[in-house]
Design a protein around this ligand. Structure first.
Ligand code: UDP
Ligand code: MN
Length: 273
């Protein structure tokens, strides 16, 4: 299949300066993968021009967006303190700069109708191999949410997905989202899992979650990993509680963030089981 770079875009979301750092390393990794597709950064007014400037410099397309037009009651139910109280995160720690409500803004990807297909990537991911062929995958494709045990293979993780922008789909999602009393414990991820019950599976290597490094080391194989996802703690956090355990992954993130020479990823040592 020949891919038309203009029909495709990688899309990420940034609502504050911390995630702008993440998006910068991600954009560097995408360029390193050799893709010619657009890199679109959806950003809210919460990010200063100074924080966005490095993204422009490496050729990202900045696309300003507002948070979704959701009811006050919805916003209250999904405020950080309420989500953390109603659906506590017991497996890892969310950084202080993470706002659950901002996550829903990902759905604005469906408004990018200039593109036939988009691959969404969380701002805390790195693309380690060229993944352009996944623009040929159907909506909705996502990888399993596996980071604790294999029992989660039936759940999706919304940090990486393939989607087809459409005004109609976007409108239908907003309607499904803001129902009276609706509570989405894992925000956009819970909505997407229900909205696309017949979602297509991407390989687990398209969204390798950092905790696999220590929970299921036998699954780790550097040459196979296309996308590395730093779910929970972020590699740029100062008081990172798992900094020692995850050091090789964090070092790799900094190599992209700083513009250092990128090591031969296929030859990095796998974790010892
Ligand atoms: N995000 C953001 N601001 C926020 C929360 C989330 O810009 O306050 C965006 C960012 O792209 C981030 C994604 O939404 O990568 C999902 O959040 P995160 O990656 O922190 O969730 P996790 O992968 O840890 O579940
Ligand atoms: Mn993430």
């Amino acid at each position: 299949m020949t891919l038309d770079a203009r029909a495709h875009a990688y899309v990420t979301l940034v609502t504050n300066e911390d995630y702008a750092l993440g998006a910068f390393a991600l954009a560097r990794s995408l360029r390193h993968s050799g893709t010619l597709a657009d890199i679109v950064v959806l950003h809210t007014g919460g990010v200063s021009a100074g924080a966005l400037a490095p993204l422009l410099e490496i050729g990202c397309r900045l696309h300003p967006v507002d948070l979704l037009p959701l009811s006050d009651a919805f916003n209250e139910r999904h405020a950080r303190r309420n989500v953390h109280e109603q659906a506590p995160f017991t497996k890892g720690r969310k950084p202080a700069f993470h706002s659950p409500l901002d996550n829903f803004c990902k759905l604005r990807l469906w408004e990018l109708t200039a593109y036939d297909r988009c691959i969404f990537l969380d701002a805390d991911t790195l693309v380690l191999k060229n993944i352009d062929r996944y623009f040929g995958y159907p909506e909705f494709s996502a990888a399993p949410n596996v980071y604790e045990s294999l029992k989660d293979f039936h759940r999706l993780n919304s940090g990486v997905f393939v989607a087809k922008p459409s005004t109609e789909t976007f409108a239908a999602m907003l309607t499904a989202l803001d129902q009276p009393d609706a509570f989405w414990p894992r925000t956009d991820q819970t909505l997407l899992q229900g909205f696309f019950p017949d979602w297509h599976g991407l390989p687990v290597t398209m969204n390798m979650l950092q905790y696999v490094w220590f929970t299921m080391p036998e699954l780790w194989h550097w040459p196979s990993i296309s996308v590395l996802h730093f779910q929970y703690e972020k590699p740029w956090e100062h008081d990172h509680p798992k900094a020692d355990t995850l050091k090789p992954l964090i070092d790799l993130w900094w190599a992209f963030a700083r513009g250092d020479t990128i090591p031969d990823i296929a030859r990095l040592p796998d974790p010892s089981p």
